[in-house]
Design a protein around this ligand. Structure first.
Ligand code: ARG
Length: 272
């Protein structure tokens, strides 16, 4: 081989290596830098999900509070930026990351395998269990998952409870609604016979509504039902920061404390 050819190949290899080093897919990870430059962390959530996120009056002003709000504030602190909450219906929460409307989403989001294909997720911070709420007067009717056969059961649009109900409540007719409050009203008015929600959320509604109860039926829940913070795909640097915050909050018992405090606050309030 001529010496010139050797040099040429070397130059080629160097250029190729350089291009690969500039990030996978040719894109640099600016997930943290972008937020720092803006000075604001925009958090997408559906604040109708006490004790994780819900609206309440604080000094006469409408505020969003809850365990997820505390987590978001801690992430904002870690990044040294302000936190802004962007409210939307749950079926738009994850999509807002793709359209760039929000930087992260914290909304009691279960980190399922399917969602993991499209978004990055932090470490999980809360294990969730699914339950069915029914009218207290009918509680005895529902002892088994097939007791709902031919009946209507409500779930929140875009939530994993849609498939939980579909797969586990044999023969039930699943009605997907945008708002959790609407599902509860439909149940109270006998438009539907059951509502599938995760345990702390269901317990909050039952505590505030004497005519409702949690059915004695156990639904299966998997590892992928646990909650995590969602980020756009490729947010490696951001995930590192978020994971650090989650890890600290979990180890210090803060998450459980946030959930308990928010639960107590939500049930102490009048229905709104
Ligand atoms: N954990 C469920 C899911 O990810 C429900 C979350 C609903 N969250 C809310 N803020 N409404 O599908």
């Amino acid at each position: 081989m001529k010496i010139k050819t050797v040099f040429r190949s070397l130059a080629f290899i160097t250029a190729a290596l350089f291009l690969t080093a500039c990030g996978s897919g040719g894109q640099e990870d600016t997930s943290v830098k972008d937020i720092e430059d803006k000075g604001t962390l925009v958090v997408a959530m559906n604040p109708e999900f006490a004790p994780f996120e819900f609206k309440t009056l604080v000094d006469g002003k409408d505020r969003i509070v809850g365990a997820d709000v505390e987590i978001a504030q801690a992430i904002g602190e870690e990044l040294g930026v302000k936190v802004k909450f962007s409210s939307m219906s749950f079926n738009n929460v994850l999509a807002s990351l793709q359209s760039g409307k929000a930087d992260i989403a914290i909304s009691g989001i279960s980190a399922t395998e399917e969602r993991r294909k499209v978004y990055d997720f932090s470490e999980t911070y809360y294990e969730s269990v699914n339950v069915v709420i029914v009218r207290k007067a009918d509680l005895d009717k529902y002892k088994d998952t097939d007791a709902f056969s031919g009946l209507s059961v409500a779930t929140q649009k875009g939530s994993i409870q849609e498939s939980v109900a579909q797969e586990q409540l044999d023969g039930a007719n699943i009605v997907s609604l945008t708002q959790n409050g609407e599902m509860i009203n439909e149940l109270k008015n006998s438009q539907v016979d059951g509502v599938v929600l995760e345990k702390p959320i269901a317990e909050g509604y039952v505590a505030k509504n004497d005519d409702l109860a949690i059915a004695d039926i156990s639904l299966k829940s998997g590892d992928s039902d646990a909650y995590a913070v969602a980020m756009p795909k490729g947010s490696t640097a951001l995930k590192e920061k978020v994971d650090k915050v989650i890890k600290n909050l979990k180890e210090s018992g803060k998450i459980d404390q946030f959930v308990q405090e928010a639960y107590d606050l939500s049930v102490s309030e009048k229905e709104q």
